[in-house]
Write a protein that binds this ligand. Structure first.
Ligand SMILES: Nc1ncnc2c1ncn2[C@@H]1O[C@H](COP(=O)(O)O)[C@@H](O)[C@H]1OP(=O)(O)O
Ligand SMILES: [Mg+2]
Ligand SMILES: [Mg+2]
Ligand SMILES: [Mg+2]
Length: 361
């Protein structure tokens, strides 16, 4: 297989793998004052900051000119009052960067025991994620912990990285440390990475580098579903998606199974390996704009697994408008056959809702 983005793919997988090891280890050690609340009321932890520093350092070494659109910035880590938080981030990031080289990693990636960074270098690395995005050129987009609320509950979350070229996602890598390797064995081993490069398919690979080198990758294709086999993949958090609307859509689609609620882009990963059959995310009406790092890697994964992803009106997701998806309204992802039925059901559900509102007045 001749890959167009072979180096990018290897480096992105290594970066996500090291960030997954970091977030898994930090979860067990997290203490109360290591979680902050951001201006938008969402949580951020030492895990988010240090994972962003690690991924940005790794990308910066091999692709120094590539800008990065990352979720976090270092403002809350700088200054005297944040000294203990900052020290913790430095400790965690350096632990991840200085771990011995793993199978497949290269010396020139700047990893391994002699590669500790200073606090200043790590804060600057976090802030390399401040690129505003846009329509042209190469750029990466990173969500160091997607689904921070799931992470804090010990449930699903994901480390999400994508490469965009002229606003088109070319590569997506999603690490899911808590996702069962085999969906048929939910209490079995956990931790997997999902990789998709445009034109080269979608794969699940082991989270462990040595197991991945042993060749345990699995090609993923979204299967066909009969209506009675479908279940909706949706948010756990009521504030993130209008779940009452999902219920209406499920009814119109003839879905009888209960929804599967899961945090983060792990939902896209579940979808591409044949779980659920429909990803549905409807805006709650608060004016929240979806962020590119929350959907870019998932979108290429879905497309490379033979699926379709659009907003809830059937419009393509536009990754060229900056840090957000702008006017895109909600997200629908599914296999080709199911997708068009979902768009139709969303339209009918909106009409029903409007009629209900009018009658209620
Ligand atoms: N008000 C909101 N509406 C929609 N999504 C949100 C909102 N606040 C945060 N998010 C983001 O939604 C994503 C989680 O979605 P899901 O509900 O599918 O798990 C996360 O990226 C989360 O950010 P974060 O990366 O900080 O966790
Ligand atoms: Mg967040
Ligand atoms: Mg996110
Ligand atoms: Mg996040």
């Amino acid at each position: 297989m001749s890959l167009t983005y072979s180096t990018e793919r290897q480096v992105a997988i290594a970066a996500v793998r090291r960030a997954c090891a970091l977030t898994s280890s930090v979860f067990n050690k997290l203490v109360r004052n290591e979680t902050l609340t951001k201006d938008d009321k969402s949580p951020v932890t030492v895990g988010d900051f240090s994972a962003q520093a690690v991924v940005n350092i790794i990308l910066g070494r091999t692709f120094p000119k590539d800008p990065i659109v990352g979720e976090e910035d270092s403002a809350d880590l700088r200054g005297d009052s944040s000294a203990s938080l900052r020290e913790r981030v430095v400790e965690l990031a350096n632990e991840a960067l200085t771990a011995p080289l793993q199978t497949g990693e290269k010396e020139q990636w700047g990893l391994g025991p002699s590669n500790a960074r200073t606090a200043e270098e790590l804060m600057d690395a976090v802030d390399r994620g401040n690129y505003p995005g846009g329509r042209t050129g190469r750029m990466w987009t990173l969500d160091p912990i997607d689904g921070t609320k799931g992470f804090l509950r010990g449930e699903q979350y994901a480390v999400c990285l994508a490469l965009l070229v002229d606003a088109r996602v070319q590569l997506g890598v999603i690490g899911c440390p808590n996702l069962p390797v085999d969906p048929a064995n939910p209490s079995g081993a956990r931790g997997c990475i999902f990789v998709a490069e445009r034109g080269h398919g979608a794969y699940q690979i082991p989270v462990s580098a040595s197991e991945a080198a042993a060749g345990a990758e699995r090609r993923l294709v979204i299967p066909s579903f009969a209506p009675d086999q479908l279940s909706l993949l949706e948010s756990v958090e009521k504030a993130h998606s209008k779940l009452s609307f999902n219920e209406r859509v499920a009814h119109l689609l003839g879905v009888t199974r209960p929804p599967t609620r899961m945090d983060s882009q792990a939902k896209y990963c579940a979808l591409v390996r044949g779980e659920g059959g429909v990803y549905l995310r409807m805006p709650t009406g608060t004016g929240y704009k979806e962020k590119i790092w929350d959907h870019a890697p998932g979108s290429v994964l879905v497309e490379e697994a033979g699926g379709v992803i659009t907003d809830s009106r059937g419009e393509p997701l536009d990754f060229g408008l900056g840090r957000t998806l702008g006017e895109n309204y909600g997200v629908v992802a599914a296999g080709r056959d199911v997708h068009s039925r979902v768009i139709e059901a969303v339209k009918r559900a909106k009409e029903e809702e409007a009629k209900g509102d009018a009658q209620g007045q």
